[in-house]
Design a protein around this ligand. Sequence first.
Ligand SMILES: [Zn+2]
Length: 243
Amino acid sequence: MQATPAEIDALLRLQQIDLDILQQNKQLNELPQRKVIVEARKKRETIANKYDQVRTLEKDAKRKLVRIDDEDASLAKKEHGVQAAINAAQGDYRNIEARSKELAGIEKRRFNLKETRATVQAEANKIGALKAQIELALEELEAEERKASEEFREIGGVLKNEIAALTKERDEVAETIDDELMTTYTKTSARTGGVAVGVLEGSRCGVCRAPIEGGRLIDLKAKAPIGPCPACKRLLVIRPEGE
Ligand SMILES: [Zn+2]
C-alpha cells in the first residue's frame, strides 16, 4: 500500500492518540464516583419510602393524641360542672348520689384516657426517634452523593478536557493521511477493537505476534511501506531493511 514516510508517522501517531482516547474514555466511564452516586441514589429512594411511612405513622399518632386531649378537656369541663351541681345540691341526697356516680364514671374514663395517652405518647416517641434516625441517614447519603458528584465533575472535567485536546490533535493528524489509507485504518480499527496498526518486527506481526514465514513474508514486504498482517489483517508498517 502506498504511503509517504510522513503518512506512516502520522498513522502511528493516530493509532497512539486513538488508544489514549479509548483509555481516557474508559477511565471516565469507570470513575468510582459514578458508582457511589448511583448507589447513594438507590439507597436514598429506599429510605425516602420508609420516611414517608414513618411520617404517616407520626401524623396518625399526633392525631390520636389531639383526639384524646380534646376528649379529656371536655370531660374535665363536665367533671367541673357535675362537681358544681353536687355542691349546689345541698341535702338532696338522691341527686347527690346520682351525680356522684356520674362523677365516678367521668373520673374512670379520664383515668383510662390517661393510660391510653401514655401508650400512644410512647409510640409517638419511638416513631419520632426513628424519624430522626432516617433524617440523619438521608443527610449522610445526600452529603456522600454531593461529594461524589463534585469529585466526578472535577476529575471527569479534567478527563473530558484531555479527550477534547486529543480529539483535536487526532483531526489534525488525520487530515495529513490519504483518504484510502484512513478508510482502511478506520475499518481495521473497528474490527480489532482499537489496535489497527503495528510494525513488522523481523518476521513477526508486532501486534498479534504471529510468525510470518516464507512466501507470505516476501508478499508482505512487497507491499512496503505498509501491508496487512496475514494472520490478524492489521496494518503492518514495514520498515526498510537496516532501520
Ligand atoms: Zn497480526
